[in-house]
Design a protein around this ligand. Structure first.
Ligand code: G1P
Ligand code: ZN
Length: 542
């Protein structure tokens, strides 16, 4: 077994975004492609020599093969140890936990999150730093710079490691420790939640459906919900990870988790429904005939977290991404705790969590989490909901009605226009930008514009600045429209239009959200000249 030094050339377009490098799987499978990026990651962190890493992924097509390559490259670069999930599986939050628990230097997570998997779909690689969170911009910029100048990479020609075998093996002198992907994560959850109470809830006949969407949370949800908490077999559906997620789109929202939605809105619906995405960091929560928006879920969890043992001392603060509704701000105000509005992307929560300024964070895109790891965590959110349901002895709709009565309610929806020609999307944003000053005071349809701006952020911990983070239009009465371009799409440009409208009180509990948002939708379309997309309707409404 020897280290091979392979000559290579920079490859165009290896630009790690907020969630690492995400490309079509076939792109990753090109000669030297994965290798170039992995070597650039190692080079960007001043080499891998003597370092320890966590490696795992969501089980999508190319996962196992990519892990073998990464292990051989880590060994050839002199890494001391790699901890890898059995079968190459680790959910993103579990990987974040393993990095923190073992004090490793960082970790490589293989996933394209909620994007479909398969040879013709998406793949991704992301580097997390020693705090367990995504690499900050300074580090990803170094990776990008390195991909542009790389001339060689190192790889061992040793045989493949047996990823099925729990325990230690060595690869060219490097220790490879294959671990049960679930065990440590489950132990962490037991420190946060009252498993006894949740067990009693299930024993009392509480019915739940968890849709793992053929993705990585299957083994976690099965072990925890059915194995430990006593939920009946069959509570978890689509629980075996598959390389193409059963041909589906592992994004837990009402559109892609339709099977679950149909069951929750049907006769004989279970008490509680939930789903998680490809790599297990996103979540969806739904009650009988009642979908809980991620913005509301964040607010409800913030208001009730003290009912779970891990948060009994109360929260330091709540952080949300800018497009997320203001529901959690009102909770923070009432609790008299910190409240933060950050740009889109989990990495912006990292400094707040590390500094102890925020305890719970969330995004409208179905991400919720806390300071227990440095990633959003789908199953964590579901377990916190279960803990709250068990403590309060109420159903989801009672809890929501009570919450809205106390804090008011935001109708909320995100409209996505996918795979637009890049120039059309840029024109829409540029034209909006130019109008910001003149919009104020205008009436558009039924709506009066109060203010308009482009969101900028100064990190209160490290002072770093982020600009052009989305255009916000505020209307009288608490409605808002936000426009931003996606940073994670892999085809053309995706325009996201976030719509929200506030009512004081609970409103009509089972109102049709899109109908409640019609006036703000109309105004947003008029102001942005959305007709230019040539689309009659958004591709996805969540
Ligand atoms: C999307 C979501 C954002 C999330 C990110 C990674 O990014 O909108 O909230 O943090 O995926 O999961 P976008 O495509 O909008 O840039
Ligand atoms: Zn994800």
């Amino acid at each position: 077994m020897t280290v091979q030094i392979i000559q290579t050339n920079p490859i165009e377009g290896q630009k790690p975004g907020t969630s690492g490098l995400r490309k079509k799987t076939r792109v990753f499978m090109q000669e030297h492609y994965l290798e170039n990026f992995v070597q650039s990651v190692f080079d960007a962190i001043d080499g891998a020599k003597g370092k320890r890493f966590v490696v795992g992924g969501d089980g999508r097509y190319f996962n196992a093969q990519a892990i073998q390559t990464i292990l051989k490259m880590a060994a050839a670069n002199g890494a001391a140890e790699v901890i890898v999930g059995q079968g190459g599986l680790l959910s993103t939050p579990a990987a974040s936990h393993l990095i923190r628990l073992n004090g490793t230097d960082g970790g490589l997570i293989l996933s394209a999150s909620h994007n479909p998997g398969g040879i013709d779909e998406d793949f991704g690689v992301k580097y997390n730093i020693g705090n367990g969170g995504p690499a900050p911009e300074g580090v990803t910029a170094k990776m990008l710079a390195r991909t542009l100048e790389i001339t060689e990479y190192k790889v061992s020609d040793a045989a493949d490691v047996d990823l099925g075998l729990i325990g230690e093996q060595t690869l060219d002198g490097m220790v490879v420790r294959v671990v049960d992907p679930v065990a440590d994560y489950k132990a962490l959850m037991e420190t946060l939640f009252d498993f006894g109470k949740i067990r009693a809830l299930f024993a009392g006949g509480f019915r739940m459906r968890f849709d793992a969407m053929h993705a990585v949370t299957g083994p976690y949800a099965t072990a925890i919900l059915e194995g430990t908490l006593g939920a009946p077999a069959g509570t978890v559906i689509n629980g075996v990870p598959s390389e193409d997620f059963g041909g589906g789109h592992p994004d837990p929202n009402p559109v892609w988790a339709k099977t679950l939605m149909d069951e929750m809105f049907g006769d004989d619906a279970p008490d509680f429904g939930a789903a998680s995405d490809g790599d297990g960091d996103r979540n969806m929560v739904v009650g009988k005939q009642l979908y809980v928006t991620p913005s509301d879920s964040l607010a409800v969890l913030a208001a009730n977290a003290h009912l779970a043992p891990g948060y009994a001392r109360g929260l330091a603060g709540v952080a949300r991404s800018m497009p997320t509704s203001a529901a959690s701000d009102r909770v923070a105000a009432k609790l008299d705790i910190g409240s933060f509005e950050t740009p889109t992307g989990w990495k912006f929560f990292g400094t707040l969590l590390d500094a102890g300024k925020a305890t719970i964070c969330g995004e409208e895109s179905a991400g919720t989490g806390s300071d227990h790891v440095r990633e959003k965590d789908g199953l964590w959110a579901v377990l916190l909901w279960l803990n709250v349901l068990a403590e309060r002895g109420q159903g989801v709709s009672e809890i929501m009605a009570d919450h809205w009565k106390t804090f008011g309610r935001d109708y909320y929806s995100r409209h996505d226009y996918e795979a637009l020609p890049v120039d059309v999307a840029n024109d829409i944003m540029d034209d909006l930008r130019e109008q910001l000053d003149v919009l104020r005071g205008q009436n558009v349809g039924e709506m009066a514009v109060l203010a308009a701006d482009e969101f900028s952020y100064v990190d209160p911990v490290d002072g770093s600045e982020s600009h052009k983070q989305g255009i916000r239009i505020f209307f009288e009465g608490g409605s808002r429209a936000v426009f931003r371009l996606s940073g994670t799409g892999t085809e053309g440009a995706t325009l996201r239009v976030y719509l929200q409208s506030y009512v004081d009180g609970a409103g009509d509990l089972f109102v049709e959200t899109q109908a409640a948002l019609e006036d703000v939708r109309y105004a947003a379309a008029e102001i942005s000249g959305l007709a230019r997309t040539g689309r009659d309707a958004p591709d996805v409404m969540t």
